[in-house]
Structure formats: C-alpha cells, structure tokens
Design a protein around this ligand. Structure first.
Ligand SMILES: [Fe+2]
Length: 507
C-alpha cells in the first residue's frame, strides 16, 4: 500500500493550508443560520447513539464549540445527557458526538447550539439490550438519490411511517449530472476535490425532506460508487485517471462523506482509507451487517475495450477471469470478518445491508448467460463463499439498492439448478429518484431467472420492513411521481419471510 500511503500524505499536505484548527473561537457570531444542514443521528446501541450536525456559512477558520443536549421527552424539559464538542474547520465544522449513558429501546430528542444559534430538534432511538427479545423492529431502506432527477418526496412517506431506523445503501450523492426531465440542477460539474465533494453534500443536504428524514430516527449508511466515481473498484476508476490521483480523489470523497454522515468517530477516514463496515444489534431480534463492497473489491473482470475498469455485461463463456476463485467483492479481511460474525450471531434475523444485487441475473434470453460485472454477478466465487456461510446463519436476509429497481429474490446455492435449495431472501429497493431501465427490457429476462419473483423498475420509492420474531414483512413502496414533492406513495407489493423458511413469499 505504499501508493496509498503516498496518496494519504499528499492529501494531508493539501489540507495543510487549513491547519489552523488549534485556534478556538469561543464566542462565535454567525452572519447566517449555521445549522442550515439540519441534524442527524445514527448507529444506536442499547446505551448510546451518534449525533451529527455541521456548521455552515462564512465561518472563522477556527474550532467552534458546539453544545449538545439529549432529552427524554419531546417537551425538552430536562436534559439527560449533554456536553460540548468542537466543530473543527479541518472537518468542515462537522460534529460527531457519541451520546452515552442512555437507556435501552426508547426514543430521545436532541439539539445543538453554538453562540446564540440553536439547531432544529432531532428524534432518535436506542437499540434494545443484547439479551432482550425486542418484539418488533420497523425499518426503511433506500438508495440512489440523484438530486437533479427528482424531489425527495419518498422521505415524507418514510417520516410518516415513523420507522425505528433507516438504512441508506449507497449513491447518497452523484458525482456527475445525467438523466432526463430534470427538476433541479447541481449547478456545478463533476466532483474531484474536497471542496467539490463538500459542496455537493451540502447541496443534497439542503433538501428539507431529506433533512426531515435524518431528524426523524437514527440511520445506518453505506456508500456505493457515486459517492466517489461511477463504477470505481478499490484504487481503480472507470476512466483513465492514474492510481495516485484517483486515491487522492477517493480520500477527498471519503472525507466529505464522513463529514456529512452520522458516523461514529471511530470511522473517521485516514487518507483514502475508511472502514465503514460494521454490525449493529437490535436485541436478540435482528443483527445488521453494514457492508462495503466498493473500497476493497477486485477490479472488474473483462471491462469494456478502452476502459481500465467499470461495469460491463459479459458472456460468461468469454470472460474466464470472472470466475477466478481469488476475486472478491468485499476484500479478504471483510469476508473473514463477516463469516465470523455470521457464525457467531445469535440474532433471530440476520440482515445483510449492502449496496447492490446479489442474485444471479441472466440478461441473455435463451441458452447461455450474460452477467453484469458491477453487481455480485461480477464476483461469483465470493458470492458462493457468502451463500455457503449463510447455511449456518439464522434467517439471512440480504437488502440492497444500486439498480434503481425493486427485486424480490430467492438466493440459491446454485441458481442454475431448479432443485438447489433457497438459503436466503433478497430484497433490492428501487431508487429514491435515480432513473432506471424500461420494464419491458427487464421482463424479457425473467423466464431465464425463475429465482427472481419480482422485478419492478417503473417506480421510485423505498422499502419498508416490519420484523417480529415469527416473520418479516416487506412492503415495496412506489411513488406516484418524483416531479413533485407532495406526490402520493403506495404499496406496490408485499412479501413475507417466515422464521425458519428462507425465501420471500408474496403476502
Ligand atoms: Fe445509483
């Protein structure tokens, strides 16, 4: 990793001009409202939760003290936890507080203040105690919110559902502009520098519906490619950029990601390296494995001619590299970690929260098979290893995004063998706004993929999950439109998974 180490050093040097954070600005006066990006929380445990905000505006290049308070009642009568954090200009004046000493399985309210300014009030929730059998968990998951392609009305419906938790599975921002019938603009080009990425996050986070969803409950998050660059893999971008400058770009992108997400301080990036994969327990009811399938993945097999990396649709007979056993989508360390966590879990439900589609999806009608190399189809040996480790896990359920389409899939040890057992369920959520393939195109592939029970690309929206010890219910929620903020949303289809019986069943 000497190249990565160089990129890290050069990136830190490029931050040097800002390195004045030892100065403290104790009595700040703000020319504009400094909490314009709202508040957020995340990563709840039975006694703690991460609280986030970021100060904005024309701020002095000095650390600014920010006071935080947590309340047990919505009336905000008595603070049950409080403290002071420093908003450091090196980290874009963001604040990541681990509020500790809280009680398990209950709602809390929180707010920040700096100078004479006060933030909006956020609501958050702690997880149940490890041994507690939480009777119920309700969560939503979402992905892919290209800002220009629509409004974030889906979040209004998520807020109305009042979930305990939101899982965001990648493409929180888009580094570039694309699509048709745009409703708003990035008003700037593709992001490369730290300033570019910071401005892009600030733009996305200015959206009131997105802010309301962050303020409504804790989130857990992972990224996909567009938080950095389309279709990147580890240290290799899609286009001709060399490794060193690309790692500097990745360092800038990861840093801006950290600065804008309610991530625990332990996830703070070190140059182009940032460990975000982790697990989160919801009592004895559920465990989430939040994975990172971008940072450590093997380069794409058989990219298009003239490309160094990037997705491609390949004929599996003509891409020998695809099936090489050493190829990994999670990287060796994360694979080992996940295998151990799955084997050691005592949770009734094991939810694998990752970026993309895991089930095989043959896009060559008739004999033969085509595979899209950016999803798990590009890493079949790694998928097989994970499916094998599911055999020793209670109720594995994979959730994903990326493909801007709802899918409900049976995950099978051998997708080509109708008699092969189903070992897990998979639900892929559609995008919040990002545009998709035509439904007619998907329909022609379905006869070759009998393990795919549903494939629906016509709607933007989110997925709602209700977990109890006996069963998981999954509602696919489709927006009438993303051209208006106040569009309606309806349940397009519902599936259940019964405890002990892998695979989705239409409700
Ligand atoms: Fe996307």
């Amino acid at each position: 990793m000497s190249g990565g180490e160089n990129a890290r050093r050069r990136f830190l040097l490029s931050l040097g001009a800002l390195a004045v954070s030892t100065r403290l600005h104790a009595q700040p006066r703000f020319a504009s409202y400094p909490f314009s990006l709202g508040v957020a929380s995340g990563y709840p445990t039975p006694d703690s939760v991460v609280l986030w905000t970021r100060l904005t505006g024309e701020l002095a290049p000095a650390a600014i003290p920010v006071r935080w308070e947590v309340f047990a009642e919505e009336s905000l009568s008595t603070a049950v936890a409080s403290g002071q954090a420093l908003a450091d200009p090196l980290w874009a004046h963001s604040v990541h507080v681990e509020a500790k000493g809280l009680g398990p399985e209950r709602w809390y309210w929180y707010r920040f203040s700096a100078g004479d300014a006060q933030s909006a009030v956020g609501r958050t929730r702690t997880a149940p105690r490890a041994a507690a059998t939480a009777p119920r968990l309700r969560f939503a998951f979402a992905s892919c919110q290209q800002y220009e392609q629509g409004y974030y009305g889906a979040y209004r419906h998520i807020v109305a559902d009042a979930p305990d938790l939101v899982a965001f599975l990648g493409d929180y921002i888009y580094e570039s502009s694309w699509g048709r019938e745009l409703v708003r603009s990035h008003a700037s080009g593709e992001t490369y520098t730290l300033a570019d990425y910071r401005a892009r996050y600030a733009l996305y986070r200015s959206d009131p519906d997105l802010q309301a969803a962050h303020a409504a409950c804790p989130w857990i998050v992972t990224w996909d490619d567009h938080e950095v660059d389309n279709d990147y893999a580890d240290d290799r971008p899609e286009d001709g950029m060399e490794r060193e400058p690309f790692l500097e770009r990745r360092a800038a992108a990861y840093r801006a990601y950290y600065e804008h997400m309610p991530l625990p301080p332990r996830m703070r990036p070190d140059g182009p390296n940032m460990r975000i994969y982790t697990h989160l327990d919801w009592g004895a009811l559920a465990r989430f494995y939040v994975l990172d399938d971008r940072q450590y993945r093997s380069w794409h097999a058989c990219p298009r001619p003239q490309r160094r990396a990037g997705s491609n649709t390949v004929d599996i007979e003509r891409c020998a590299r695809l099936t090489a056993p050493g190829r990994s989508i999670l990287g060796r360390a994360q694979e080992r970690w996940l295998d151990g966590e799955l084997a050691g879990s005592r949770a009734a439900w094991n939810v694998i929260a990752q970026q993309t589609r895991m089930a095989q999806f043959d896009t060559k009608p008739g004999p033969g098979r085509h595979a899209w190399t950016d999803a798990w189809d590009g890493y079949p040996a790694a998928r097989q290893r994970l499916l094998d480790s599911f055999k020793k896990t209670s109720n594995p359920v994979v959730i994903g995004g990326d493909v801007h389409t709802f899918y409900a899939n049976q995950l099978k040890l051998n997708f080509d063998d109708p008699a092969s057992p189903v070992v897990a369920s998979e639900f892929v959520t559609t995008s919040i706004t990002s545009q998709s393939w035509a439904q007619e195109r998907l329909n022609q592939y379905l006869p070759d993929n009998p393990h795919i029970l549903l494939s629906e690309s016509r709607f933007r929206g989110y997925t709602r999950v209700d977990v109890s010890p006996a069963r998981m219910q999954v509602d696919l929620r489709g927006m009438e439109s993303v051209q208006r903020r106040d569009a309606s949303c309806r349940t397009l289809a519902s599936f259940v998974v019964d405890n002990g019986i892998p695979g989705p069943v239409r409700a």
